[in-house]
Write a protein that binds this ligand. Structure first.
Ligand SMILES: Cc1ncc(COP(=O)(O)O)c(C=O)c1O
Length: 377
């Protein structure tokens, strides 16, 4: 699925030197290396503020808490994401209100959000948390309009979308506040857990900074109950090295995605979506989106059989995500049932992520497509 070795080898020396500087400085938590990364990241994304933190999950919690979302506040989000998109809402004390996805992008569907708001007259939501799933931005034209009409905060879960854009504007600056993850498999990745909050609001940034340090503005004076959610110096140093390469890596991912598209089409396997028949539904970059192809996710019938078939040929694949969030055991108490979000449930049965990373070679992609062709024949 992912060979980090190919990214690591050419950067090895530079990464070791960056780590050495952190050791020499003995600034292991936050410190200059994290500040330098925060500044470079803000410049690259074109956002006013960046707050480095301990993980994408913590970034989501910090974003929600800094935005003042807490007990009793309904936050509309998707049932088709990594668990943290919803668990962070619950950690903040707020209440997730789920709405179904668009079958083409698998992102939160604006129509489903509107329907939810209409059907809940009197108990309106306070925020929308939209996930840029697989590296493609959710429809922020529609969400900005809905947020304006209903006076909602707009939060981005941009964990999978460093460098993605919507109508030319970078993820991280599309809503009021955003959360990124630098988990080692992400397109911009640390050597451990790390994350970041981004915002153009001075107040939100100041609050997120305070909350990541146990609610302290002054040492050992706690204004609010925050948490320990700081970024390590090593992660800041490593991320600064990789930040210089991410534009090129994202471009290489586009080339890999284009090659898959051409190979599936040439093999006669691609069919029109959004739902699969006997062939393969290829992922699409929708108008307005600049996809970073964090994942290349096809839809296919008999998905689990195909996965087993590919695995016998030592071809990696992964399912993001096999169980929609409303059907997760831990979230059963929210009261949702099977059938509540048919698009998310169907996607959970049909999606399959294929090997995708900047250094993936054409012969390897040919082997993946040939494997799928054999399975379908
Ligand atoms: C959409 C999404 N949200 C949140 C997270 C949480 O990030 P982390 O693993 O860094 O806590 C992830 C990644 O794992 C993710 O993919």
């Amino acid at each position: 699925m992912l060979d980090l070795e190919r990214q690591y080898q050419p950067l090895r020396q530079e990464l070791l030197e960056a780590m050495e500087r952190v050791l020499d400085s003995r600034q292991f938590i936050l410190g200059d290396a994290v500040s330098a990364f925060e500044q470079a990241a803000a410049a690259q994304l074109g956002v006013g503020h960046t707050v480095g933190c301990s993980s994408g999950t913590d970034a989501l919690w910090l974003a929600l808490a800094a935005a003042g979302l807490g007990p009793g506040d309904p936050v509309i989000t998707t049932p088709f994401s990594f668990f943290a998109s919803v668990s962070a809402i619950i950690r903040a004390g707020a209440r997730p209100l789920l709405a179904d996805i668009d079958p083409v992008t698998c992102n939160l569907a604006p129509e489903a959000v509107e329907a939810k708001l209409d059907s809940r007259r009197g108990a309106s939501a306070r925020a929308i948390l939209a996930v840029h799933l697989y590296g493609q931005c959710a429809d922020f034209t529609a969400f900005s309009q809905i947020a304006g009409e209903h006076n909602l905060m707009l939060i981005e879960d941009a964990a999978q979308a460093w460098g993605a854009a919507w109508n030319g504007k970078r993820a991280g600056g599309l809503g009021d506040v955003a959360a990124f993850s630098f988990y080692p498999t992400k397109n911009l990745s640390a050597a451990g857990d790390a994350g970041m909050v981004t915002t153009n609001s001075d107040d939100l940034a100041e609050r997120a900074r305070m909350l990541r340090q146990h609610g302290m503005r002054r040492r050992y004076h706690h204004d609010e109950i925050g948490w320990n959610a700081r970024m390590d110096g090593f992660q800041g140093a490593i991320l600064s090295v990789k930040l210089k390469h991410i534009a090129g890596w994202n471009e290489a991912r586009r080339v890999v995605a284009g090659r898959y598209h051409a190979l599936f089409t040439a093999a006669g396997l691609a069919e029109a979506g959004p739902y699969p028949g006997r062939g393969v539904i290829l992922p699409q970059e929708v108008p307005g989106a600049q996809h970073v192809w964090h994942q290349y996710v096809i839809r296919i019938s008999r998905r689990d059989e195909l996965r087993a078939f590919l695995s016998e040929r030592r071809i990696g694949s992964e399912v993001y995500y096999p169980v929609p969030l409303h059907l997760q055991e831990a979230l059963r108490y929210l009261g949702y049932r099977e059938g509540d979000f048919p698009e998310a449930e169907r996607a959970a049965r049909e999606v399959l992520a294929l090997p995708m990373f900047p250094e993936l070679r054409e012969d390897e992609q040919q082997a993946v497509v040939a494997g799928i062709a054999d399975f379908l024949s």
